[in-house]
Design a binder for this molecule. Structure first.
Ligand code: ARG
Length: 590
């Protein structure tokens, strides 16, 4: 379906042309004076110069023609030459009716040329528990993925596990200290390694911090870990068998955690999957003359003339020949291009890695790891701060584990819900609390522009009032309950239609509804889930305003009532679609 603004612009363009003016002056926008009109066109002011005519004369002429056409209930020219427009109620109702008939997309068209887009998000590290630093990547990335899918693109989400490097050597070293008799450490062993992992997830989660702590104090311990890392990366069998146990145990746990966040990935590839692509890639960079030795290290220059800040060369190999985080990211681009050939790769990573990604992207482009038209996009996100404005911490100042944080919020929400609502069944109350808590956390995050820091204010996020997830869910639940009551009264809407608005608040709601596809489109174009949030909030407000001024269930005229119900259903459908792309859902009651 065409967007309503485009339809209006089309109409105004035609009238400009009929009156002998260039249609480029006919651009219509949403009104910035909603008290005066709904849409406006300021083109007469600009046209006045070209046609050497007083702007209000042009505006008068256009307004007179627009007044006779069925699209507007008001087309007014206002000095010095503004055109103020209001949409005709019947026209608006019909437009909404068409939106409603498109039961899943509500008139939002898919992209004309769908793209294949890979999304690098999540970025958890194996054997380290998820902490709140990983929360934003998961929440924002998941939403971008869903918005893209809704717009008709092929979105491939890859978790890009941190499963390479010293942390693996640390775990192996600590495990060797704790259980030296394990067959994995016996270099003479030639049989098959056990299928059962030699540790549980909680042991594993204890092993890593212990090892990391020890390595900071004990030089020989650190050297042992580096040695183990080296041997693992150079094919020592027992260590590789351990690695796959570490991966399995860790990934199972990560999946459970992400599931609680309603986040899922299409690919569970990791840094280790990129390693086989490194030797050829490095060779080619050398052969093509891009990579050269500088102070022992192999580097590629990536600075550009227009740089205002220094962009250091991209280091490909350290002087001891070891690869780096960079090398892995570049090699990951290689396999992604080989296997998927995406039109774009979007990275949802902490914005403090921005310079790093500038280097990686420039290097990938310069050395032709990607096509000239492959887009590489860095969607950096800001820090989640506590109320004191500093990075969010536990009460005793430690790094907060994601699981603990979510459990705490679930529990708080349960207390709130169990105390206040009609939900007497404990299981339902718990499930509902979880859904509402998730909306609080996700909406609290997504409603901010991703690149900005924000304050994780759980009191505000969990409030049922204001710009919060629970408020949106509350609005949807209210709609569900009105619909259920309507049905118990024995009514059905059958082939009832949305009727022309009879009140200001009803019309305001209807106009808000028409903005759905524009909101989705811009959220995708700007990888900006906060635009969906802003839309959802405006729509929920418009509905609640309408609801408070309108007696829906007590309406005596059954056709009018059925029209209200249709309008409510449409609003609900759109709200549900929006929260689905934000990555949460609404309960039946709360
Ligand atoms: N594992 C990294 C971390 O915890 C994030 C990975 C981001 N993605 C990437 N392609 N480098 O900081």
């Amino acid at each position: 379906m065409k967007k309503i603004l485009d339809l209006i612009t089309g109409e105004v363009e035609q009238v400009f042309a009929e009156c002998g003016y260039d249609k480029k002056y006919a651009k219509v926008t949403l009104s910035n004076r909603p008290d005066l009109c709904e849409y406006q066109c300021n083109g007469a002011l600009a046209a006045a110069k070209e046609y050497k005519k007083a702007p209000f004369l042009i505006a008068d002429e256009i307004a007179a023609k627009l007044s006779d056409n069925g699209m507007f209930s008001m087309a007014e020219s206002v000095k010095p030459g503004f055109l103020n427009l209001k949409l005709e109620e019947g026209y608006l109702a019909e437009y909404l009716q068409k939106m409603q008939e498109d039961t899943e997309r509500f008139g939002c068209e898919k992209a004309d040329s769908p793209k294949k887009i890979m999304l690098d998000y999540g970025g958890p590290n194996v054997a380290k528990p998820l902490h709140i630093g990983h929360l934003r990547s998961a929440i924002i990335g998941e939403s971008i993925k869903r918005i893209g899918r809704f717009m008709g693109h092929t979105m491939i989400g890859d978790v890009h596990l941190g499963d390479w490097g010293l942390q693996m050597g640390l775990i192996i070293t600590e495990l060797a200290a704790r259980k030296p008799d394990l067959v994995y450490f016996d270099e003479t062993f030639t049989g098959e390694y056990p299928k059962e992992p030699p540790f549980t997830i909680s042991e594993l989660e204890d092993i890593y911090p212990t090892a990391s702590g020890k390595s900071k104090e004990d030089e020989t311990y650190k050297e042992a870990a580096m040695q183990a890392t080296y041997e693992l990366q150079h094919g020592r069998k027992g260590y590789q068998a351990l690695l796959s146990h570490i991966l399995n145990v860790s990934v199972t746990d990560l999946k459970r955690n992400y599931e609680n966040l309603n986040v899922s990935f299409d690919l569970w590839k990791g840094e280790s999957d990129a390693q086989p692509f490194i030797p050829d890639m490095v060779q080619k960079m050398k052969d093509d003359g891009y990579a050269y030795i500088s102070e022992g290290a192999l580097v590629v220059d990536v600075k550009e003339e227009t740089d205002t800040k220094e962009v250091p060369p991209c280091m490909i190999l350290k002087s001891d020949g070891a690869s780096l985080y960079n090398t892995t990211d570049l090699a990951t681009i290689v396999w992604r291009m080989e296997e998927y050939h995406p039109d774009e790769i979007i990275y949802v990573v902490d914005k403090r890695q921005e310079l790093y990604f500038t280097q990686v992207f420039r290097c990938a482009r310069k050395t032709h790891l990607v096509e000239d038209d492959t887009k590489l996009t860095f969607q950096g996100f800001g820090t989640m701060n506590g109320k004191d404005g500093r990075p969010f911490k536990t009460r005793d100042g430690g790094v907060m584990r994601l699981e603990h944080l979510l459990n705490e919020i679930n529990e708080e929400m349960y207390q709130k819900i169990a105390g206040n609502s009609s939900l007497t069944d404990e299981r339902e109350a718990k499930e509902t609390a979880k859904m509402v808590a998730l909306s609080a956390v996700k909406y609290g995050d997504l409603s901010n522009q991703a690149s900005k820091d924000y304050i994780f204010d759980i009191e505000r996020f969990t409030s049922f009032e204001g710009n919060t997830g629970p408020y949106i869910l509350y609005t949807i639940v209210r709609m569900k309950s009105i619909l259920a009551k309507y049905r118990t009264l024995g009514y059905t809407v059958e082939d009832a239609k949305i009727l022309p608005a009879k009140s200001e608040s009803e019309k305001a709601l209807m106009l808000e509804i028409t903005r759905f596809s524009a909101a989705m489109e811009s959220a995708f174009a700007e990888t900006a889930p906060h635009k969906v949030c802003a839309y959802v909030y405006g729509l929920a407000n418009a509905f609640n305003h309408f609801y408070h001024e309108t007696k829906i269930l007590a309406e005596e005229d059954k056709a009018v009532q059925a029209g209200y119900i249709r309008l409510l259903e449409l609003t609900k459908g759109i709200l549900e679609t929006c929260i689905d792309v934000l990555g949460f859902g609404a309960p039946e009651r709360m």
